[in-house]
Design a protein around this ligand. Structure first.
Ligand code: PLP
Length: 391
C-alpha cells in the first residue's frame, strides 16, 4: 500500500537531489576534514561552503554557524552552556516548548538550582509580550529567555523580532528554538537580535542527524562536547560531512522554491480546513493553526469531536501516517502540555487532537483520503452513541 504521509512536522522525506548529493560525498569525499592532505581539505571545503550558504540565508557570518547532530543537541548545547559558562541564573520559558528544551531547562533547575519562570500561554496558545516584559523586569538575575519561534503542535508563531528587542532592552539573552521555522520562513538575524537559535535538517527534506546552532558572535558560549578543535572547539568530533552536505542541499532547494512551496502548502492547508469543516460536524482547530497569516503553514492542529486514543493506529491501518501531537509525545497516554494549555479540561475527555502536517509533496487527494477516513471513524462513534442512547 502506498502510504499517505501527513506527518511532516515530525520529519520530511528526503528529496532525490539531497540523496544524490549525500551519496556522492559518501562515495567520493571520505577524507577527514581535519586532515591536512587534499582529501581532507576537499571535505573541509564542502563543509565551509554549506556554512557560508547557511550564514547567507540568516544574514550572519559563517563563524556564527556551528554544525551539530540535530535540533536537540543544538538546544541542549545553548541552554547548558548559558548556565555553565555565561552565568545565567534564571530562565524564562513557556510550558509549550519542545521536550528537548523543556527537559534541559528542568535539568538546569534540578542540577544547577536555576530559577525558572514559566510564561503562561492563553487558550489560543499565545504568550503575551506584556507577560514577558513583566517577567524580565521582576529580577536583576542574569536571565536567559528561551521561547520557540514556531510551535510544532499548533503552529503558533511568536513575534521573534519584538521578543528579541525586548530581551535586549532588559539585558537578557534570547535563545529561540527555530527548528520548525528554519528554511520554511525568511529569517534575518542581522535585523532580529536573537542570541542563539537551532536548526534540524530533517524538517526541510534533509537528513536526520544533521543540524546547526546559530551562536551570536562574541557571546562567549562554549560547547558541551569536549575533544578536538572542530567547529571552533564548540563541538568536538569528526564532522558528519555527508549530513552537512545533505543539510546544505536541502536548504538550497527549499530557499530556491520557498515561495512556490509555501503557496502550494497554504492552498493544501486551506483545502484541509474547508474539507474537514464541511465533512466532520463540530470539528475545531487548535491554537492559531487555522489562521493562515499567524501560523506556520506546514501545521494544522485539528480537534475531533469524539474521544479516540486509537485514531493514529486506525489511520495507519488505512494507509495514512499522521501524529496526534508531536512525534515524541504522540505515543503517550497523557495529553501533551500544549493540549493541556489550549484545551479546557472537559474538552480533553471528549475530543481527539490530530496534527496534520504538510509538505510540498502533499496533494489534495491525500487530504481527501484523510477526510474520508476520519469521517468513517467519526460515523462509527455516532452509530455507537446512537446505540447507547437507544438502549
Ligand atoms: N524543536 C522542535 C520545535 C522540534 O519540532 C523538534 C523535532 O521534532 C526538535 C526541536 C528536535 O529536533 P531533532 O529531531 O533534530 O532533535
Amino acid at each position: 500500500m502506498n502510504k499517505i504521509y501527513l506527518d511532516n512536522a515530525a520529519t520530511t522525506p528526503l528529496s532525490e537531489e539531497v540523496i544524490d548529493a549525500m551519496v556522492d560525498v559518501l562515495k567520493n569525499n571520505y577524507g577527514n576534514p581535519s586532515s591536512t592532505h587534499s582529501l581532507g581539505q576537499e571535505a573541509k571545503i564542502l563543509i565551509e561552503n554549506v556554512r557560508r550558504d547557511v550564514a547567507d540565508y540568516l544574514k550572519v557570518t559563517p563563524a556564527e554557524i556551528i554544525f551539530t547532530s540535530c535540533g536537540t543537541e543544538s538546544n541542549n548545547m545553548i541552554i547548558k552552556s548559558c548556565v555553565d559558562h555565561l552565568e545565567v541564573e534564571r530562565i524564562i520559558t513557556s510550558p509549550i516548548e519542545h521536550k528537548c528544551v523543556a527537559e534541559t531547562v528542568l535539568e538546569m533547575k534540578k542540577r544547577k538550582g536555576i530559577e525558572v519562570v514559566y510564561l503562561r500561554p492563553d487558550k489560543k496558545g499565545d504568550i503575551s509580550l506584556q507577560q514577558l516584559e513583566d517577567a524580565l523586569k521582576s529580577s536583576d538575575k542574569k536571565t536567559l529567555v528561551t521561547l520557540m519561534h514556531a510551535n510544532n503542535e499548533i503552529g503558533n508563531i511568536i513575534d521573534l523580532k519584538k521578543v528579541a528587542q525586548m530581551c535586549k532592552a532588559h539585558n537578557a539573552l534570547l535563545h529561540s528554538d527555530t527548528v520548525q521555522s528554519m528554511a520554511h520562513m525568511d529569517l534575518d538575524f542581522s535585523d532580529i537580535p536573537v542570541d542563539f537559535a537551532s536548526c534540524s535538517a530533517h524538517k526541510f527534506h534533509g537528513p536526520k542527524g544533521s543540524g546547526f546552532a546559530f551562536i551570536r558572535k562574541a557571546s562567549g558560549l562554549k560547547g558541551i562536547i569536549t575533544g578536538g578543535p572542530q567547529e571552533r572547539s564548540l563541538r568536538a568530533g569528526t564532522e558528519n560531512v555527508c549530513g552537512i552536505v545533505g543539510l546544505g542541499k536541502a536548504l538550497e532547494i527549499y530557499l530556491k522554491n520557498m515561495t512556490a512551496y509555501a503557496n502550494h502548502i497554504k492552498e493544501i492547508k486551506q483545502y484541509a480546513i474547508d474539507q474537514l469543516s464541511e465533512k466532520i460536524t463540530d470539528v475545531k482547530f487548535n491554537g492559531r493553526s487555522a489562521e493562515m497569516d499567524s501560523s506556520l503553514y506546514t501545521v494544522l492542529s485539528v480537534l475531533l469531536p469524539f474521544k479516540d486514543p486509537m485514531i493514529g493506529l486506525k489511520l495507519d491501518m488505512k494507509g495514512i501516517a499522521i501524529s496526534q501531537g508531536s512525534a515524541c509525545s504522540s505515543g503517550a497516554a497523557k495529553p501533551s502540555m500544549v493540549m493541556m494549555m489550549v484545551l479546557e479540561e472537559e474538552e480533553m475527555d471528549l475530543t481527539t487532537p490530530l496534527r496534520v502536517s504538510f509538505s510540498h509533496f502533499t496533494t489534495k487527494e491525500d487530504i481527501d483520503a484523510l477526510v474520508e477516513a476520519v469521517a468513517e471513524i467519526a460515523e462509527s462513534f455516532q452509530i455507537e452513541k446512537a446505540n447507547i442512547e437507544h438502549r
